[in-house]
Ligand binder design. Structure first.
Ligand code: ATP
Ligand code: MG
Length: 393
């Protein structure tokens, strides 16, 4: 028998006509994540042969690949006659400690001469006869013996390990994540990748009002996200000129609204220049003044591109729980200033009027400033598995 890993696709199995498209991308994403393996797949299962026997590490990494529903360590045999199957099972459970068990059979080879029910009974009786002190328990067995009868082979396994689910990253195209150093936006990025979106990220900094530490924190967050995304391109926009102009010329209750309209405009241009189909951000309804429904309207109206807000209906405690789960929380709470927090007015408008936004924006040469900010952007490639941040521009 050969020990190997196989994967159950979960949600992907509902994709009838496009399944091969998704599987090719999944195959590719796994290959990028893991090196010492061989992969092959068919319609129902993807198989992974682990060359260095380091199953724990392989499983750990596979749990970070979206599009996989369950991971199974299995034993494969080409010998399909019943007695061989039974002997193989017996040798696998020889040293296992358990008192109750059940047998589950999946018979995808419909031409196999014995039906599923009969197989379950036969294998169960054989085990009872050949291993001492065992009882069958259908409802609460200590050991479940799974047997899959496939066209070319038999698979035997005992447990399944939960993976992340979702769709393979990049199967649904590319999106631009507005990544601040806060708690919310990295979690949004994670959820977007889980729906199959390959991310690039954009960060607005305002030196000298924001420090190198704040930028490093964003790079650290990007590095955590890059694990799921293969690698992550981060566009860094110098926002100082725009922010100072807004601060000098616009009534302070509208600072945040206008500033966010500028962020949206710049993000939309970067997205469309790089074939990204959506913006993604960490907004959550009602969390701050700029996230009331009226504010969202006033801010969103400056772009045509769809804006996805994975956290819009989450409360803060749910977001924090997810941030802890994906390991971004500890980095996000490091106390470095954000470009929004520096220019925060005492009383931001909760229900901004679109006409006012338009009127105030006429006081600053924002189109020129946006052009310059985009022209002077820095783009770096953050790799998932090393410390290097590679300059692209
Ligand atoms: P977060 O915790 O993600 O910082 P927040 O609750 O502080 O979010 P805001 O500051 O209003 O909320 O920002 C809302 C969203 O706008 C953020 O989740 C992020 O997607 C985007 N954003 C805010 N500041 C920046 C920035 N400096 N660079 C890039 N995106 C930003
Ligand atoms: Mg923030």
């Amino acid at each position: 028998m050969q020990k190997l890993i196989f994967l159950k696709y979960g949600e992907l199995s509902t994709k009838k006509d496009n399944r091969n498209y998704f599987l090719k991308i999944l195959h590719n994403n796994i290959q990028n994540m893991l090196h010492n393996i061989n992969i092959y797949y068919d319609y129902g299962r993807m198989f992974i042969e682990v060359n260095d026997n380091n199953y724990d590490e392989v499983i750990n990494k596979l749990q970070k690949v979206f599009g996989i529903h369950e991971i199974v360590v299995a034993y494969k045999s080409l010998d399909k006659d019943l007695l061989s199957i039974e002997k193989n099972i017996l040798s696998l459970i020889k040293d296992k400690e358990f008192h109750t068990f059940k047998v589950e059979v999946k018979r995808s080879d419909k031409s196999y001469p014995i039906d599923g029910m009969e197989l379950r009974k036969e294998i169960g009786s054989y085990i009872l006869e050949n291993k001492d002190n065992l009882k069958v328990s259908v409802n609460d067995p200590e050991c479940t013996i799974n047997v899959e009868i496939r066209l070319k082979e038999i698979l035997i396994y005992f447990e399944t390990i939960k993976a992340s689910g979702g769709y393979p990253v990049s199967s649904l195209g590319k999106g631009l994540l507005m990544l601040s150093g806060g708690i919310d936006s990295p979690v949004s990025g994670y959820l977007a990748m889980k729906r199959g979106i390959k991310l690039e990220a954009i960060y607005f900094e305002s030196p000298p009002h924001t420090s190198e530490n704040a930028l490093n924190k964003v790079k650290e967050l990007a590095k955590i996200l890059a694990v799921y995304n293969n690698d992550l391109k981060l566009h860094i926009i110098n926002f100082t000129e725009i922010q100072e102009e807004i601060y000098k010329n616009i009534p302070h209750e509208y600072l945040i609204t206008i500033m966010r309209r500028m962020m949206y405009r710049i993000s939309a241009i970067i997205a469309s220049n790089n074939n990204m189909k959506v913006l993604i951000n960490g907004e959550s309804i009602g969390q701050v003044a700029s996230q009331t429904l009226t504010s969202m309207n006033a801010i969103n109206e400056v772009v045509k591109i769809p804006v996805i807000r994975p956290l819009c209906c989450f409360d803060k405690l749910e977001i924090i729980a997810l941030a802890k789960k994906i390991n971004t929380y500890e980095t996000s709470i490091l106390p470095y200033e954000d470009c929004c927090t520096i220019f925060v007015p005492e009383h931001p408008v909760i229900n901004p009027l679109k006409e006012k936004c338009f009127e105030y924006e006429q006081k600053i040469p924002y189109e020129d400033m946006i052009y310059r900010a985009i022209k002077n952007r820095k783009t770096i490639l953050i790799k998932s598995n090393d410390q290097e941040f590679k300059d692209l521009l």
